[in-house]
Design a protein around this ligand. Structure first.
Ligand code: ZN
Ligand code: ZN
Length: 354
C-alpha cells in the first residue's frame, strides 16, 4: 500500500487545499477506513469554508475536512470488539470521551470532555482516501444501503430523525419544512416516510424549491415572500400545520415555522446560527405551542435510522445532485457554498457514478 495520500484542508477564504499526508496506522481500538463517500454539510460552509467562524465544538483545527464519512474497514488495530476488515461502516462524526454523562447517553455531540474531537474539525475527517477512526464511533452499514446513503446518515439524516422523533410525526400531521437545503430535503423525505400526509416546503432559493418539487418530496412548495404564511394557511384549511421544522437557521424562517404551526403545534429548530424574534404571548403561549431545539443525534438513534432506512426502502443518496472525485473537491465546496444544489458528495471507487 502507498505511504502517503492527498487530503483536503479548508484554510478559509473559500479555498480548498490538497496536501500530501501520511496514511495513518491504526493503533489499539482504531480502524483504518478506505473512504468511499464523503458528503459536504452546510456546517462546513458556514463555520469553516468561507471563514473559520466556529468556536469550541465548531472550532476548526486545520485537520483533514469532512465530517460525513462512509467507507470500508481495510485495517484494524489491536483490541477490536466488534468490527473487522471488510465491514462497511458509517462514522458517527464526533469522537467523545465515552465516560461523561452525554457520552453515556450516546450523545457524543455534547461530550463535555476536552478529549471530544469532531472528525473534520478537531481530528482528521473524510476528505481523503483513508480515514483513521475509533472502532466505538463506527456504525455498521447494511449491504442494501450504498456508501453515499451512509455518508448522509453520518450527519444529516441522523440529525433530521432526531428532530422528528422529538416532535413526533404520524399520519395526522401536516408538516412544514422551512429551508430546503440537504437537511430540509431529508426532513421532507423522512417525515413522509414516517406517515405525514401533507408536506409543505419553503425556501428563499428558487433552485432549492425546484429540487424539492422535482424529487416529489412535498405537496406544496413556496418560494418565500411576504405572503408565505397566508399561502401555508390556505393549504391547511386556515389552521396551519401540526408540525414544523426549521432547517433555515434564518430569523424570518424560524418565525414562519412558529407562526405557521397551528394551536398545540410542535416546532423543531435544527438549522444553526442567527437569531429569532417572535411574540411569546400570541405566537406560542396563547396557542399552546412547543418549540424543541435539536442538535445532531445519538449513536444509538443513528443505528436505528440505518435499520429503518432498510425497512422503509428509501435511499438518502436520492438527494445527492452532484458527485465529485477528490481531485475536484474544490468544485464540490464552491457548488455547495452557492447553495443552488441538493446534497454534494465527494466519492471514491464504486461510488464514482455518472
Ligand atoms: Zn454535518
Ligand atoms: Zn464525553
Amino acid at each position: 500500500m502507498e505511504k502517503t495520500m492527498k487530503a483536503a484542508f479548508l484554510p478559509g477564504n473559500s479555498m480548498v487545499v490538497l496536501k500530501d499526508v501520511p496514511i495513518p496506522e491504526p493503533s489499539h481500538g482504531e480502524v483504518l477506513i478506505r473512504m468511499k463517500s464523503s458528503t459536504i454539510c452546510g456546517s462546513d460552509i458556514r463555520a469553516i469554508y468561507r471563514e473559520h467562524l466556529g468556536k469550541g465544538p465548531e472550532g476548526y483545527q486545520n485537520k483533514i475536512a469532512g465530517h460525513e464519512p462512509a467507507g470500508q474497514i481495510v485495517k484494524c488495530g489491536s483490541g477490536m470488539r466488534r468490527f473487522r476488515e471488510g465491514d462497511r461502516v458509517v462514522v458517527y462524526h464526533i469522537s467523545g470521551c465515552g465516560l461523561c454523562n452525554d457520552c453515556r447517553r450516546g450523545y457524543m455531540i455534547s461530550c463535555t470532555s476536552p478529549l471530544r474531537a469532531a472528525y473534520g474539525w478537531q481530528r482528521d475527517g473524510g476528505m481523503a482516501p483513508y480515514l483513521l477512526a475509533e472502532e466505538k464511533d463506527c456504525v455498521l452499514l447494511p449491504d442494501s444501503l450504498t456508501y453515499t446513503d451512509g455518508a448522509q446518515i453520518a450527519c444529516g439524516f441522523g440529525t433530521v430523525y432526531e428532530g422528528l422523533e422529538k416532535i413526533g410525526i404520524c399520519g395526522n400531521d401536516a408538516v412544514l419544512v422551512v429551508g430546503l437545503g440537504p437537511v430540509g430535503l431529508a426532513t421532507l423525505m423522512l417525515a413522509k416516510t414516517m406517515g405525514a400526509q401533507k408536506l409543505i416546503g419553503v425556501d428563499v432559493t428558487e433552485e432549492r424549491c425546484r429540487i424539492a418539487q422535482e424529487k416529489k418530496l412535498a405537496d406544496n412548495v413556496f418560494v418565500s415572500g411576504p405572503d408565505t404564511l397566508k399561502d401555508i394557511l390556505a393549504v391547511t384549511n386556515g389552521n396551519g400545520v401540526e408540525r414544523a421544522v426549521d432547517c433555515s437557521g434564518d430569523t424570518m424562517g424560524r418565525q414562519l415555522s412558529i407562526r405557521a404551526a397551528r394551536k398545540w403545534g410542535k416546532i423543531a429548530m435544527v438549522g444553526e446560527g442567527g437569531t429569532v424574534e417572535f411574540n411569546p404571548s400570541p405566537d406560542i403561549i396563547h396557542e399552546q405551542k412547543t418549540i424543541y431545539g435539536s442538535w445532531v443525534t445519538s449513536i444509538w438513534l443513528m443505528e436505528e435510522v440505518v435499520e429503518r432506512l432498510v425497512r422503509w426502502n428509501i435511499h438518502p443518496e436520492d438527494l445527492v445532485t452532484h458527485r465529485f472525485t477528490l481531485d475536484k473537491v474544490a468544485d464540490a465546496y464552491s457548488l455547495m457554498a452557492e447553495g443552488k444544489c441538493g446534497k454534494v458528495a465527494v466519492v471514491f471507487d464504486e461510488e464514482v457514478k455518472k
